[in-house]
Design a protein. Sequence first.
Length: 565
Amino acid sequence: MLHHSLATLLLRDKIVPEAALTSCSEYAWESKQAFTTIALERKLLNPQELAEYCYQRSNIPMLDLDAFNIDAIPTELINERLIRKNHAVPLYQRGNKLYVAVSDPTRIETLDEFQFRTRLETEAVLVEEHKLQKLIDKVLESESASLGLTEADEQSLRDMDTGERPDTNAGAVEADVKNDAPIVIYINKLLLDAIKRGASDLHFEPYEQEYRVRFRIDGILQEITRPAIGWATRIAARLKVMSQLDIAEKRVPQDGRIKLRISKHKSIDFRVSTLPTLYGEKIVMRILDASAAMLGIDSLGYEPEQQKRYEEALSKPQGMILVTGPTGSGKTVSLYTGLNILNTPERNISTAEDPVEINLMGINQVQISQKAGLTFAEALRSFLRQDPDVVMVGEIRDLETAEIAIKAAQTGHLVLSTLHTNSAAETLTRLMNMGVPAYNIAGSVTLIIAQRLARRLCNVCKEPEHIPEQELLKEGFTAEQIPELTLFKAVGCDMCTNGYKGRTGIYEVMPITPTLQDLIMKSASSLDIAKQAQREGIHSLRQSALRKAAAGVISLMEANRVTNA
């Protein structure tokens, strides 16, 4: 019995004997493998003959994958289950059309499922079966999606370059940890999985009766696995060896770094922090992916007017730009994006950071060390003796640092820094409360950006949400907006996490205008400053979040979560 339409065509055209086709078709059906794969394995046809026959019978455009650039593949549309089930790979996207590589033109349902999952119009591109299989393996290899590891997988994970320095004086305990193959493989697998899933942090947490591992994905912690409680000390020891920490010291917190080389051209840094808890050491790893900081400003989620204000402030030769928000709100990426815009051969750029999260070529980065006496203030003083054009201070924590930064902004330097405040207006009053004179603030600060990160709705599965008009008015929408308003809610599908995929920035971008300078000089409250900013057309964080919800980028629930409404 023939289970495959391509087999039927080959029989009808008398290309392959019936008995061989029937056997091949039934085996492919039972083993859930592609008919074309089995046909080539059994040498019913050679790859060129099969591809040429499919082309003649279908007239689908043919592509030589040897000449195809794999970097063109839209990685956000890679779904292992979909690719393996349909034996097809999305090659590239042009506008609203997705081109999908297939080796069997009779599998119409392949295009239907890709179209349903991606909401894009699909078109088949015919490729040779053996080249398609190689492409599938190559695309999914980097995904590292399955925990069922072959011997080759185990060897690869065991030998992964984690940047460990050889230590000829390592004790027996450390040597045992380095050679603990199951733990080495397990941790390397977790790190790869975290990178693949876009996590920002990994949390290793010991408790009295159990041990759990959580990833922070799109700002929300999710439990990933619960290894045996007996692995707790072995996992902690292995992570400390990888990050060059003292494995014998378990009574005080430690900080370190790991550089994980995942391919010849790409490596990922992890910032590691250990903390002694009641039942062992909790370890948190922050993923520092330099590619995230190389994003263009267009991809960060600024509204056009907000982006224009930021770029105008960056183009000025002097002044101070402050980025504010809680930990994990994307301040570092905003600052690094600005530095990348400014990073030209004509400029001398220096940064003082604690810690230096991402290395940037062409920028002089200084790691603050309180123990050695290298504080933010001390680093700033040194910068000003080295003829800088642009200075970035990781955080203004005290009056001394604030005064030196303001002095630099007033004497021909562009200064970028961060503070931990809830809104742009509160940043000004925070500086005043630190003891910075109002006239210095008014004369040096040029722009303040307050920001949050909100989870993006998945474009594949999001659905319209009906909310009563009275509720919308309470949320902050105007009566004029409501008739044309369509809000969406998270649903969840194979392409996302609980209806969300990725994050976008929510911003309040406030330039310091002459009117605001007058209010600062009068030591006005943050409430008065915020009201004046509103009169000047500055959107608050809440208003920016509602605009993102109205545009279908985030849900109203997410807008409420990030703006504390």
